[in-house]
Design a protein. Structure first.
Length: 586
């Protein structure tokens, strides 16, 4: 019997359906995010590979909107070309049909145990129960993410069944069939499909509602066909909203999505209803099952992709014409806000940028050390430009990572965010010390000063040690390698000893009249900056080690390390001390 509570039940079913899809999709993104991000970044320029990957990724994370928004973010960040994005967007339309096939299980009929166990009403609650047990009892973040997938799937299916139950009294209402007939008008049906998908921000959800209606009966081809066409246009809304304020290539990627779906809809609409004018497709009045809807949904998207795939480059050209090259852009916008919608992908992007920053800091220091031997004003200016870019990296990364930390990330992701936040400041300071070395080299060049041969030999040994310790630190950071990071602290102790001995030698040369006080001040600045670089390398290494242990107390760790002086520490210390030994004085 129909009453107001039936409407409440329908709304509740839609709410559970959408929430279940959100929970399941988030869990899938967390479990597979970093792997998928790596695959997408390394994508070749072949369009067909892009289509296949787009289909697979979307089928895995159960959201074409998430895939296309993510692709817009990649294009905006400059890590993906428009041609690559075009193929993935096409594939996303195919991948999104996987949800309809999963939901088609609600139409399974039969009395055998095997058939009954396939019904979502029977296995979904079990999935949800297993999932909640994993969330509550497991200490592993990955297992909890798998639990979220199971809970989300269970809620989604329960929501689907709630919608089906609520639809039965609604479809029995007098005049309901006549009401549905209104939407068999092709133009009205396309409009309603577009509005429904735009409102729900999910083409899978709008398809799910139609499948719930199909189980209750009275849903015909004439009703479903224009609705599917409309929802394909509506699925572009999220992508279009996401590209507001983006770079020109990101806006072009969003327009490729719109043009692809729009042209596909116009083509199918014209062919189907054009032929219908002369042939009169009588099957339009036939009722559809949930499986029929899944088949129709897949058929439309596969057909559109096959027809438009050869014209992928032309779609890109059309988007380029729509957004011309004259648009001004921020060249430092290497992190895209859209990726925040998928935290696992955003973290991987931050990691890539942080590694770029680390390598840039290492190269900048290398160039600055070189200026001590052979000063070049052109190279000095390049170092200053690199240091400015390092500052930009640190500022933008820090702000972005803080935003990420507030998005409900799991423990593994939280540790990675902490590792990046704690280390980027040290890399930024290494860039500052490189500029300080540059200033010392510039002062010597302007004043025509030069260190003694003995001092040059000493500095060459120290410079070699500094360049190796930062190389080890950067590699350990890039690989998140604890064993490699463990070499840094004993190495830092060796560098401190080298610096102290060089100062002692300088004082002796000063007493003997072989050096000047002015050169002594410059040498002191150089030694201080080299020591500070090694200190920052030590901070980076300690952070890598401590984050793995779920704690971060630098001073405590260093004190423990120095007090215990284990065999590994002593072995590393002796190795580096032997490698970087100052020549005998005079």
């Amino acid at each position: 019997m129909f009453d107001i509570f039936t409407v409440f039940a329908l709304l509740g079913g839609i709410a559970m359906f959408l929430y279940g899809m959100k929970v399941m999709g988030t869990g899938l993104e967390r479990v597979s995010g970093s792997k998928l991000e790596g695959i997408l970044e390394k994508l070749s320029d072949k369009m067909i590979k892009g289509v296949l990957l787009g289909a697979v990724v979307t089928a895995i994370i159960q959201s074409s909107a998430a895939t296309t928004v993510m692709v817009v973010g990649f294009v905006n960040s400059g890590i993906m070309k428009l041609a690559q994005a075009t193929g993935i967007i096409m594939g996303a339309n195919i991948g999104t049909t996987a949800t309809a096939w999963i939901l088609s299980l609600t139409g399974v009929t039969g009395d055998s145990f095997f058939v009954q166990i396939l019904k979502p009403a029977n296995f979904a609650p079990l999935f949800a129960f297993v999932g909640i047990v994993m969330i509550m009892l497991s200490k592993s973040s990955k297992k909890r993410d798998v639990g979220s997938i199971l809970v989300g799937f269970g809620i989604l299916m329960v929501g689907m069944n709630t919608m089906i139950d609520a639809m039965e009294p609604i479809t029995s209402l007098p005049g309901f069939n006549e009401f549905l007939q209104m939407f068999t008008n092709p133009f009205l049906g396309v409009l309603v499909g577009f509005l429904l998908t735009t409102l729900l921000q999910s083409s899978s959800a709008s398809i799910g509602i139609m499948q719930a209606m199909a189980v209750a009966g009275n849903v015909t081809y004439g009703f479903v066909i224009p609705m599917i066409l409309g929802q394909n246009i509506g699925s572009c809304t999220t992508t279009l909203i996401s590209c507001i304020g983006a770079k020109k290539n990101a806006r072009r990627a969003a327009l490729v999505h719109l043009y692809f779906n729009l042209i596909g809809v116009i083509l199918v609409f014209t062919l189907f209803y054009g032929i219908d004018l002369f042939v009169d497709f009588s099957f339009k009045s036939q009722e559809m099952s949930v499986v029929d809807i899944a088949i129709l949904h897949s058929a439309f998207n596969i057909f559109s992709t096959l027809v438009l795939l050869p014209f992928g480059k032309q779609l890109g050209h059309l988007a380029t014409i729509s957004v011309p090259d004259s648009v001004a852009e921020d060249k430092t916008n290497f992190l895209d806000e859209r990726l925040l919608n998928t935290p696992s992908f955003a973290i991987e992007r931050c990691k890539s940028i942080a590694v770029e920053m680390a390598v840039l800091a290492k190269d900048t220091l290398h160039d600055a050390v070189g200026l001590m031997q052979n000063f070049s004003e052109k190279q000095a200016q390049e170092i200053e430009e690199k240091e400015s870019l390092i500052d930009t990296y640190e500022d933008k990364l820090g702000t972005y990572l803080v935003k990420l930390s507030g998005l409900g990330v799991n423990e593994t992701e939280s540790r990675e965010i902490s590792r990046l936040l704690y280390t980027i400041g040290d890399f930024e300071r290494i860039g500052d010390h490189a500029v300080n070395l540059l200033k010392a080299a510039r002062e010597m060049d302007e004043k025509g000063l030069s260190f003694s041969d003995e001092a040059k030999k000493d500095l060459a040994v120290l410079s070699g040690a500094i360049e190796e310790i930062i190389a080890i630190s950067v590699e350990a950071f890039e690989k998140d390698d604890v064993s490699l990071a463990a070499h840094v602290e004993p190495f830092e102790q060796v560098i401190d000893g080298l610096s102290s001995e060089i100062k002692t030698r300088h004082i002796k040369r000063l007493q003997e009249g072989n050096c000047t006080i002015e050169l002594g001040f410059i040498l002191s600045d150089v030694l201080t900056n080299c020591e500070r670089v090694s200190d920052h390398c030590s901070n980076i290494a300690v952070c890598i080690i401590q984050i793995k242990k779920d704690r971060l107390n630098t001073h405590q760790y260093l004190n423990e390390r120095k007090e215990t002086m284990g065999e590994d520490f002593v072995s590393d210390f002796n190795k580096y001390a032997e490698k970087y030994t100052l020549s005998k004085q005079y």
